[in-house]
Design a binder for this molecule. Structure first.
Ligand code: GDP
Ligand code: ZN
Length: 319
């Protein structure tokens, strides 16, 4: 019996593919019987990025050839994970990826025009999951006055005030693509962005071999009701590191947060909230609120504060 530790790089529906990263040497594995899990409400207990202990019966492998299945015996504790909910109301959660080193949120100033409330929701989700996130502004080659004005405001809010890494790139001219490629090395990266921002172009610019990686949607109607399940997959980047593509943002169901927690997911609010007179403070109606003071004197962007209020309201509605 051979035993080892490997990372889940793909889930096909019937089995998992594992590799002992950073080596890319895939072999199939299944779960036999029950695996003890902490997150019992999750419908797929094992996700891409999970580190698992496996065992394989080498005697059987010798007899049947290379295709003998390994058995997944245990899942290592996750550093972080990203969950998808079918709807805001849904209690049913689905872990789509685990142990991410970096999430890259790709946006464009125009074509399509960036939607700040969406960006904020995405960033809050990453913060809540404990996943480091970088923002990539693609289509930097489009440099008309309007785009440049938007970019200036965008950088003020997200880089200067919120403290995120904002990289300006162009998948078309290749500007700064080497920076992204370099930053992906030795890491498990997830690329996300609404359709049209140039996610496919960017992934291809990072590594032409990755052209055409698309997330597959497989209907499991016959297995579990009307669900369509999206299977996420990890791909190796030729120059080092791994990439998980996501079909779009819908995948990121809003997290379930406590009202008083929400502001801690806005770094520029977290930085000042210790000075609020009341603890906890929702930063809405309380007197002596340091967050509201920071909004008033321009240290926190009104756009960010409005996103915060919108998310608070949604949370109340859906609870
Ligand atoms: P996806 O939907 O996010 O995967 O976007 P695509 O990669 O399919 O790109 C959408 C459109 O934007 C295509 O017409 C691309 O040629 C174009 N595009 C992608 N990157 C850039 C860029 O850096 N600059 C410009 N001007 N266009 C781009
Ligand atoms: Zn406050």
């Amino acid at each position: 019996m051979k035993q080892g530790t490997a990372t889940v790089v793909k889930h096909t529906g019937s089995h998992y593919l594992l590799s002992e990263l950073p080596a890319w040497d895939l072999f199939p594995a299944v779960v036999r019987g029950r695996i003890r899990l902490k997150e019992s409400s999750n419908t797929n207990p094992i996700a891409v990025g999970d580190v698992v202990d496996y065992s394989v019966d080498e005697a059987a492998a010798g007899a049947e050839g290379a295709d003998v299945m390994a058995t997944i015996d245990a899942i290592h504790p996750r550093r972080n994970y990203i969950i998808r909910r079918s709807t805001n109301l849904s209690r049913e959660a689905h872990i789509i990826a685990a142990n991410l080193d970096c999430v890259w949120l790709i946006v464009t100033m125009q074509f399509p025009e960036v939607k700040l409330p969406f960006v904020d929701r995405f960033l809050v989700t990453c913060e809540a999951y404990g996943v480091p996130v970088n923002i990539v502004v693609n289509k930097r080659d489009i440099d008309d006055e309007y785009s440049m004005a938007l970019l200036k405001v965008f950088k003020e809010i997200y880089a200067d005030q919120a403290g995120y890494n904002v990289l300006e790139v162009s998948a078309i001219t290749g500007e700064n693509i080497d920076t992204v490629r370099e930053a992906c090395k030795g890491r498990i990266n997830m690329f996300s962005g609404v359709s049209g921002v140039g996610k496919s172009s960017l992934i291809k610019a990072i590594d032409p071999k990755l052209e055409g990686i698309r997330v597959g949607e497989i209907s499991l109607a016959h297995l579990q009701g009307k669900h369509t399940t999206t299977f996420y997959e990890m791909h190796p980047i030729s120059t080092g590191g791994f990439i998980i593509d996501t079909p779009g943002i819908r995948s990121f169901g809003l997290i379930d947060f406590k009202k008083e927690e929400l502001s801690t997911y806005f770094p520029e609010m977290l930085a000042v909230m210790d000075d609020c007179r009341f603890m906890p403070c929702t930063h809405t109606h309380e007197p002596g609120c340091a967050v509201k003071a920071a909004v008033e004197d321009g240290r926190i962007a009104p756009e960010r504060y409005n996103s915060y209020l919108g998310m608070l309201e949604d949370q109340t509605k859906y609870r």
